[in-house]
Design a protein around this ligand. Structure first.
Ligand SMILES: [Zn+2]
Ligand SMILES: [Zn+2]
Length: 253
């Protein structure tokens, strides 16, 4: 199994996961042309994407999802709450997943949903298991739950939200109400919270740690990196800070 970030941040998110048997997109937060362009940069034919898993209905995750599923015939999966929050095109069939299901098969990948506290209808994050390896994703979570910690323990690769530096958010340009939303229990994880989560996980098997969903106004890559390295300096070679405008390298899990 391997993954590549096609972009990460408040202006759009998409991650492609590929196994021997299947290609799965998590979120489709760019317009369809931009999604196709980024997939092309990754060397992936959009028509080869079998399934599109949506985490929640915010535009930075959903933007191109319906047109993409329609044009390329991808299955569209997400929680029932997420789909109730979307004006679904009747030509697109969506498959509601149970966020508490203990493993949903997608060819040779097993998907484990992780319900998260975030200010949308029924948000989920996902962990992917294939061939004895596990890749866990956690972004758009306002706080860390015991269940998320349990799920993400012992992963071979992780994508963790490092949305903001708390001081930059406090002193930054956002209006007070938005600051309160971002920092709240149903907002976004800070660098500090990501580091706390990481400290509670067993990282011995970790090959990749991708810092995701960095705010362009309230964070800087070096601050996210520093917070993660404070947990374990040995991780330096294995950390990637994801970008809004660039796709990442492929990461072999
Ligand atoms: Zn988001
Ligand atoms: Zn969100």
């Amino acid at each position: 199994m391997r993954f590549i970030s096609l972009g990460s941040g408040s202006r759009g998110n998409a991650t492609l996961i590929e196994s021997a048997a299947v290609r799965v997109l998590v979120d489709c937060g760019f317009g369809i042309r931009e999604m196709e362009r980024r997939l092309g940069l990754a060397g992936v034919d959009p028509a080869s994407v079998e399934a599109l898993l949506i985490t929640h209905e915010h535009g930075d995750h959903l933007r191109g999802a319906i047109p993409f599923a329609r044009r390329h015939g991808a299955r569209l999966l997400g929680s029932n709450g997420t789909f109730r929050g979307i004006d679904i095109d009747s030509r697109v069939r969506f498959e509601a997943i149970n966020p508490h299901a203990d493993g949903i098969p997608l060819a040779d990948i097993t998907v484990h949903p992780i319900p998260v506290p975030h200010d949308s209808r029924e948000p989920v994050q996902y962990l992917f298991a294939a061939d004895g390896k596990r890749f866990g994703m956690l972004t758009d979570a306002g706080s860390i739950t015991p269940h998320a910690v349990e799920r993400l323990r012992g992963c071979d690769a992780l994508m963790l939200e490092c949305n903001h530096d708390p001081d930059m958010l406090r002193d930054g340009p956002y209006p007070w109400s938005l600051k309160r939303r971002v920092a709240g229990d149903h907002g976004h994880l800070s660098n500090r919270q990501a580091a706390q989560l990481l400290a509670g996980l067993d990282t011995a098997r970790l090959r990749w740690l991708a810092a995701a969903h960095l705010s362009e106004k309230n964070n800087r890559p070096e601050l996210a990196l520093r917070a993660l390295l404070e947990v374990d300096h040995g991780l330096e070679e294995r950390i990637r800070i994801l970008s809004q405008d660039r796709i990442s390298d492929w990461c072999e899990v």
